[in-house]
Design a protein around this ligand. Structure first.
Ligand SMILES: [Zn+2]
Length: 106
């Protein structure tokens, strides 16, 4: 599949699409935090039940951070957001500098 330039471009686009999707999950979860806690307090009226909501949210965010941190760059094959130990969620590869929208603005 990857011998011709077209196949490579497709792999790049698919790889970047996966990275963008994982980033969207992560930012979506972070944005939903305050409304989720507020709704939980309104609906349950219970700090204890809201603590469960927080625990579930925390586990989901942790999983989303891990998933986004280990996602591979489609060009160089290294972890896109990971350079060293801490993930840095910049919009380009930490290793080869491939932009998150490299398949879009051609
Ligand atoms: Zn790269």
């Amino acid at each position: 599949m990857a011998e011709d330039g077209k196949g490579e471009g497709k792999e790049l686009a698919e790889g970047l699409w996966i990275i963008r999707r994982r980033r969207r999950y992560l930012w979506g979860l972070l944005l939903v935090y305050i409304p989720a806690i507020w709704v939980s307090l309104e609906v349950t009226g219970s700090d204890r039940k809201t603590a469960y909501v927080f625990a579930v949210w925390f586990v989901l965010v942790f999983a989303a951070i891990l998933a986004a941190a280990v996602v591979r760059c489609p060009r160089c094959g290294n972890p896109f957001h990971l350079s060293g130990v801490l993930p840095m969620f910049f919009r380009s590869c930490r290793h080869c500098g491939l932009g998150l929208d490299a398949d879009r603005n051609k």
